[in-house]
Design a protein around this ligand. Structure first.
Ligand code: C5P
Length: 320
């Protein structure tokens, strides 16, 4: 296997001095190998137990010195994704500036490959990349714990996108700890659907299905089986342990995703699941060649907007 393996040594290291030139940060997409959704909390979030996994499908945020705070973009979602004050990148920049006493001045540019509203945490990934890029550009000296707190305030998945690798997530997903020091690479086929799904709407659909007795609460057991499977480094064993409580809700809102999963399985995948809240579906393959074959087969069936391959785990948001 030629793909790079993630090691814990790659964890985010805080910069010590401000950078003068542009800072370019690459950040991966995430999938959930295991996603158990617990009860709705009083703060509007669901209690989660999840196993996050960062895959080699990347967005890139470049930060340059500037007299104002600006954001431009290219790639996935360009012309559609709002670049106004609600954008998570600008919110991340303002939050880091406020917290560290810096002026929120930078020219930010996003190169986007991760589909918008796809269940791959693309928006959270961009927020994570922005924190890491501006931390370096401004030389904020913010500590790892403080950065994790800022990340959590921006979104439940953001702390994981700073960390990367494979990690256990608890709370609303914002409390993360690495679960593997050295894991074998897993090979995925990523089937991107037309249009996105709103994460809050998928959670709300799951609550509705559960209230009507049409979805189990929780649907899956704890993550122990999946964690044990990862230690065995056998894709067949990992495939049998994949679980996603949100899948029933995503399928209820987008029944055609069932056809995509069936097509991936017909094409020879070990297992196929909806990624997070969907509508992206991911398929596990034996190795990179197997993944390429499944991807080609799926492309030929024209069920998805795009089909790509990506291995995991990979590091989180890192300056290049
Ligand atoms: O944390 P984030 O901003 O990504 O969450 C978006 C929305 O997804 C929340 O407002 C909430 O409706 C839903 N959510 C949830 N439980 C979680 C995470 C997210 O209900 N653990």
């Amino acid at each position: 296997m030629t793909e790079p393996l993630f090691t814990d040594d790659e964890e985010y290291e805080r910069p010590k001095m401000a950078a003068h030139g542009p800072v370019r940060v690459r950040v991966p997409a995430k999938i959930n190998l295991h996603l158990q959704v617990g009860p709705l909390r009083r703060d509007g979030f669901h209690e989660l137990t999840t196993v996050y996994h960062a895959i080699a499908l990347y967005d890139e945020v470049t930060a340059r010195r500037g007299d104002t705070l600006t954001l431009t973009m290219e790639g996935e979602g360009a012309g559609v994704l709002p670049l106004d004050d609600d954008n998570l990148i600008l919110r991340a920049a303002r939050m880091l500036a406020k917290q560290t006493g810096h002026d929120p001045l930078a020219r930010l540019h996003l190169r986007k490959q991760i589909p918008v509203a796809g269940g791959l945490a693309g928006g959270s990934a961009d927020a994570a990349a922005t924190l890491v890029a501006l931390d370096q550009l401004w030389g904020t000296g913010v500590g790892r714990d403080e950065l994790a707190e800022l990340a959590a305030a921006l979104g439940s998945d953001v702390p994981f996108l700073v960390l990367g690798g494979t990690a256990l997530g608890t709370g609303r997903g914002e409390r993360v700890s690495p679960v593997l020091a050295h894991g074998s690479a897993l090979h995925w086929v990523v089937a991107v659907a037309d249009g996105g799904l709103s994460t809050p709407e998928v959670y709300a659909e799951l609550d509705r299905l559960r209230a009507a007795g049409r979805a189990d609460d929780p649907a899956s057991a704890g993550p122990e089986r999946l964690l044990a499977a990862l230690r065995q480094r056998d894709p067949d064993v990992v495939g049998a342990a994949l679980a996603n409580d949100m899948q029933s809700a995503a399928l209820s809102l987008r029944p055609e995703l069932g056809d995509t999963i069936e097509a991936g399985m017909d094409a020879g995948a070990i297992a196929g699941i909806v990624s997070g809240s969907g509508p992206t579906c991911v398929f596990l393959a034996q190795d990179s060649r197997h993944a390429a074959g499944i991807a080609e087969d799926l492309r030929g069936r024209e069920l998805c907007r795009d089909v790509t391959v990506a291995h995991g785990p990979v590091a989180g948001a890192r300056a290049q």
